[in-house]
Design a protein around this ligand. Structure first.
Ligand SMILES: [Zn+2]
Length: 142
């Protein structure tokens, strides 16, 4: 059965990222930084978990380093509708580890510590034909 296309886009979560308004702009994750101890968090929090200080919004860097990764070849989590296999991992951005999908699922093409760039794009199309927009990281070298 062919999938319908509603032409609509929905976000995996509100307040997680800023989407580019033009091709010259880059997407950013919305984190926060403590005004007292400078602890950075993602997603954004109003208060610092480290010292209890007030935190302010901080747009995180678009480039991070790959901290860990794996690939999923079968038995995806319930509700997952994207392509299989797919890559998952943790990317360190501004000192924060972000769990996310990785565009590359071949472990032979990934290396701990390699530079990764944030991508905000369609993860999958849901049953109603909506594009579900989420965050991923891709290797900078690809
Ligand atoms: Zn703090």
């Amino acid at each position: 059965m062919e999938k319908k296309d509603s032409g609509k886009e929905i976000l995996v979560g509100e307040g997680l990222f800023v989407r580019p308004k033009s091709p010259s702009e880059e997407p950013h994750l919305i984190g926060s930084k403590c005004k007292n101890c400078a602890e950075v968090t993602f997603p954004k929090q109003p208060w610092c978990a480290n010292c209890g200080g007030e935190a302010e919004e901080l747009l995180l860097s678009t480039i991070g380093k790959l901290y860990s990764f794996s690939n999923v070849n079968n038995a995806p989590p319930e509700g997952y509708k994207g392509p299989i296999p797919y890559g998952v991992g943790s990317v360190e951005v501004d000192g924060v580890r972000v769990m996310c999908n990785i565009t590359e699922h071949d472990p032979g093409k990934l290396k701990i510590g390699m530079e990764m760039q944030l991508v905000v794009d369609s993860l999958f199309v849901d049953d109603d034909g909506n594009k579900v927009i989420g965050l991923m990281f891709r290797p900078v070298s690809n």
